[in-house]
Ligand binder design. Sequence first.
Ligand code: FAD
Length: 503
Amino acid sequence: MTENQRLRRVVIVGGGTAGWMTAAALGRFLKDGYTQVTLVESEAIGTVGVGESTIPQINIFNRMLGLDENDFVKKTKATFKLAIEFRDWKQIGHTYHHPFGPYGVDMEGVSFHAYWLRQHAMGLSDDLGEFSLQTIGARLDKFMRPNGQPNSPLGTIAYAFHFDAGLYAKFLREYAEARGIVRQEGKIASVQQDGLNGHVTSITLESGQVIEGDLFIDCSGFRGLLIEQTLKAGYEDWSHWLPNDRAVAVPCESGGSISPVTRATARPAGWQWRIPLQHRIGNGYAYSSQHISEDEATAYLLNNLDGAPIIDPFTLKFTAGRRKKSWDKNVVAIGLSAGFMEPLESQSIHLIQVGISRLLAHFPDRNFRQPDIDRYNRTMTFEYEKIRDFLILHYKATERSDTPYWDYLREMPIPDYLADKMALFKGSGRIFRENEELFNDTSWFAVFVGQGIMPEGHDPMADTMDDKLFLARMAEIKSVIAKSAEVMPGHFEFIKANCDAMA
Ligand code: FAD
């Protein structure tokens, strides 16, 4: 690459979670003045600020930044997360967990899931959760980090975080500014494009200040200031599969113990989240405006809190879907500007992370070569679509028939990929992870079984072990997990001892 092909100026538009995560990563990797990075944000516009529950992949991002985890937890008033607890999804009154980390252990090269199904077929319907250390930890409000012990479930505990989104952005801002990222306050009033190739050349703030750039990263949220309002990349609407289009949110005071679990409770026209932090609980009701009014949803939420509301409830509007091209010309959309699916599996911050790592892997020079851009878009489409289908499963596989909302979801046609995956599981109990899709076979198994889909058969390879040995091994696995859980400290005690933000 010649000197004049090098990107000299990168402009990040937006200072929400997406903007500051991107800035932190660029600050970490674009060293020694290789490229000047400016982040523009407007305090008057503000951020969405409710994305507070994560999945274990965030640990990869944190390690990439070289963060001290206890410092990060303290500064964001975070708690730990071992699972999502789904209440009332299969039927009202039914609960299951989607844990991080595997169930049991594979034996003789055969998946543990097949052995569990074999046991189930024998009429020994053991609770699946008892084969998952994370599920037991979630049920008992226990937590510890993996202790590295080989051959013990304690050696590989997978976990994520609940954190305060505002404090997370602040934390990353400090990190990014310390690495040379320049923050510019101001509202963008207009966008200028090259008359020949349509590339964005600069943005102009209301103050009249002009900021020029070679690469623009659009982290402007739902509005997609550059990717949509300027470049008209187009939006694929998935609301016929994911009809929730509003969320009313309100934080409340902490009540009771701090559990290492995000709770998702199905409601008459959507679902309610509960995210416990060290200093408060994040709550919201994601709902379909076709099926319930804003006033009703708000009242429902306020009647179902564990503590007094800290501020007035506020409502966010969205359309499930994704930008048809999240990279177009010299603009890359990351975060809500690239698409949005309701946070049922806490996947949005992960999609920001994927957008950043793919951008780094396809980092352009001024030639902006189309094969790189096409590949970026292709791989991001794959990520979004596979996550979408996993989310749809939660709705399709319900037995609820108490409201028109659930009737619609139970009966709706589904994407082919999901239909194939469900058919395969319903037959032989098999699940295959396609091309490193985000949610692996454990996740799919947890939701299939949790929502009551039991297959006709199971992998015959699981029948090759004789009954006595098989039952002894299953009992041993369960017992090892139960004993491991006994050693885990309480989640609250763990935080107090290691990363107490309230001290
Ligand atoms: P925003 O937070 O909207 O930030 C946009 C930025 O652009 C702001 O800084 C704004 O000032 C700036 N901006 C916009 N226009 C202009 C302009 N004209 N001039 C200057 N600046 C401008 N994700 C999870 O992973 N887990 C969750 O539990 C979760 N829960 C969610 C619940 C709900 C109801 C919603 C809606 C989202 C949730 N998410 C969750 C998603 C998560 O909140 C977002 O992915 C994340 O906050 C990223 O948002 P963003 O930075 O893309 O956009």
